[in-house]
Design a protein. Structure first.
Length: 336
């Protein structure tokens, strides 16, 4: 799928494609056996796939399942046949990223593969393939990210861990699009005056922070960094001040961070589970869902703002200044 969709159209179309992914996953997964809680599940991916992996593995661990989230580029250099985990799930939207392919070959195990291209080189290495739907994504990971969250929820359910109904996540995205679109222009305008954006969250929200940080870099050219909430308190927030911004996912310890950053003169966007009072000058939005589903609502809010910021800055999201020749395997040339 080398053609790319307009980012606004891609964001708006996500509920449709997420519902499609849920249907395809349900058809692909019946023969998986349940995991034992003493067994370890590892997700392997690159880029935003690993950020979805953070969401997923945090949710699995919270449910009592042993889980690891691994970068394919690291696994590709493990010793041959290294015993990473009892079960492998490998994610690549294109199925042509060389690192996940090299990782699977290095480990010598047939994984569950989640991909938008079921005829790809990675898919041919899988014992079970979960197709995302065959959509044209934007140049940055939008549809692919939320559909991956759906597919991962379906894999977990098929293997005996209930993270919620995968088919219901499309409705979460649809509600988030309606709820947060009105706020996006104002938040984007505020971020346009900032030089750095720190994105902070804990648990599954840390995965959202990672995904959103990459999204703002790729789409809008804004320098970002993701942090786990407690780690942020151990020094990284010392750079906060005028011209700096912090986006917080959560209303636990994050509330104190918001007040401190605002006092220091930084801009704060706070995305919380429950509505309530907040320090003056902090943009606060509440999401009506929690747990794994909240990761969908959170990233949709970030997508809407990142797209608005890209428009403000005159950037075409996905038109990369530094295209790399070796991040995807070439497609085979069709024979005449």
């Amino acid at each position: 799928m080398d053609e790319r969709a307009d980012i606004d159209a891609a964001i708006a179309s996500q509920p449709h494609w997420m519902a499609q992914t849920a249907r395809l996953a349900a058809a692909a997964l019946p023969r998986l056996r349940p995991w034992r809680r003493t067994e370890t599940v590892a997700l392997i991916g690159m880029g935003a796939s690993t950020h979805a992996g953070t969401v997923w593995t945090e949710a699995l661990r919270a449910a009592g399942q042993r889980a690891l989230n691994l970068d394919a580029s690291a696994v590709a250099h493990y010793p041959e046949g290294y015993p990473v985990a009892d079960h492998l799930v490998v994610v690549s939207e294109s199925g042509r990223s060389p690192e996940p392919i090299a990782a699977v070959r290095r480990l010598g195990a047939a994984p569950v593969v989640i991909t938008n291209e079921p005829d790809s080189p990675l898919a041919r290495l899988g014992r079970v393939v979960v197709p995302l739907g065959g959509f044209q994504d934007s140049g940055v990971y939008t549809i692919g990210y939320t559909c991956t969250l759906v597919a991962l929820a379906a894999v977990a359910r098929a293997c005996g861990v209930n993270l919620g109904d995968p088919g219901a996540l499309a409705g979460v995205a649809s509600a988030a699009l309606a709820d947060y679109a009105p706020d996006a222009p104002a938040v984007a305008a505020a971020l346009d005056g900032c030089t750095v954006l720190d994105i902070v969250g804990a648990g599954t929200s840390y995965g959202t922070a990672q995904a959103a940080a990459l999204l703002f870099r790729e789409a809008a050219g804004l320098a970002t960094a993701p942090y786990e909430t407690a780690q942020y308190l151990h020094g990284p927030m010392e750079s906060c001040g005028p011209g700096r911004a912090v986006w917080l996912f959560g209303d636990g310890r994050e509330d104190g961070v918001a007040a401190d950053v605002r006092t220091a003169g930084g801009y704060v966007c706070s995305y919380v589970t429950t509505p309530g009072p907040m320090a003056s000058g902090v943009h606060r939005s509440s999401k009506p869902v929690s747990g794994y589903a909240a990761a969908v609502a959170e990233i949709v809010a970030a997508q809407l703002v990142a797209a608005e910021l890209a428009h403000l800055r005159g950037r075409e999201a996905g038109a990369f200044a530094f295209p790399q020749p070796d991040t995807k395997l070439p497609r085979p040339v069709a024979r005449r």
